[in-house]
Design a protein around this ligand. Structure first.
Ligand code: MG
Length: 264
């Protein structure tokens, strides 16, 4: 078996590699250019669908690496075309039919409705609706009935995650599960994970170095084990600027032929 890449990076998108307001990644170009030159791997890890991630991954220039999509529900394998396999999604939709009423999923909505709810363009809404591994939606039932819905879903083998706005149904695989799988698959010499939100914390724990990218508009990431030793670090700047700062700093540490500095 050929040796793995020197460096494999796992990165959340919104608020991490993408600016949380403009969704731009260009400010990270200084570090991205270095990664391309050294053939480092970059695995995007996001709640977005394969249809949403594929063009972005191509634009950033890392289509030879898989992406973790739908919050870990599945992978977009290397290459530009997402598969059309919707069997897992169909299973979720089928299980939903037997659950108590009150959940309105993306599969029940028109592109215009999704567009109005998310602020996405109608074209982007169509990509967001192209689900394969999870079903986000709104709880429109009575608040008192939500627990009954959750219990019934769990009994049907589904995992219910209630976010700020959307509630998502899946079979429970997480971004962190996929990070573990991909580290086993590629066996990199060093792995780095970057995220901006509390739900990225688990993924950061599995990489050699975890970076919490500042996002002053989002919820605080609680202090994590590893921050004292420097294994987990925080950026000063937000979004792709902070991303580039952190990755460049680590690459500098590697290039001086010593292990990254762990401050005691
Ligand atoms: Mg994020």
């Amino acid at each position: 078996m050929s040796p793995g890449p020197e460096i494999l990076i796992f990165s959340d998108l919104d608020g991490t590699l993408l600016d949380h307001e403009t969704y731009q990644w260009r400010a990270a170009e200084p570090a991205l250019a270095r990664l391309r030159t050294m053939n480092a791997g970059l695995v995007l890890a996001t709640s977005k669908t394969a249809a949403e991630v594929a063009p972005l991954r191509a634009e950033i220039g890392f289509s030879t690496w898989p992406a973790i999509v739908e919050n870990g529900g599945g992978l977009l394998e290397p290459g530009n075309q997402p598969t059309q396999d919707t069997s897992i999604y169909q299973e979720i939709r089928a299980a939903l039919r037997d659950l108590p009423q009150g959940f309105r999923g993306f599969g029940d909505m028109t592109n215009d409705e999704i567009s109005a709810l998310t602020g996405l363009s109608p074209q982007s809404a169509e990509h967001a609706k192209a689900r394969q591994f999870s079903e986000p939606g709104l709880w429109i039932g009575a608040e008192a009935d939500f627990q009954r819905f959750t219990d019934a879903a769990r009994e049907a083998g589904l995992f219910v995650q209630r976010g700020g706005r959307f509630t998502a149904l899946s079979f429970g695989e997480t971004k962190a599960d996929r990070v573990v799988d991909l580290i086993k698959r590629y066996r990199p010499k060093h792995s780095i994970a970057l995220g901006d939100a509390p739900n990225d914390a688990e993924m950061l724990q599995w990489a050699d170095i975890g970076i919490i990218v500042a996002n002053r508009a989002g919820p605080d990431v609680p202090r994590l084990p590893g921050e004292d030793s420097g294994r987990i670090r925080r950026t000063e700047r937000e979004g792709p600027d902070g991303w580039s700062d952190a990755v460049s700093e680590i690459l500098d540490e590697f290039s001086t032929k010593r292990e990254p500095t762990f401050h005691g």
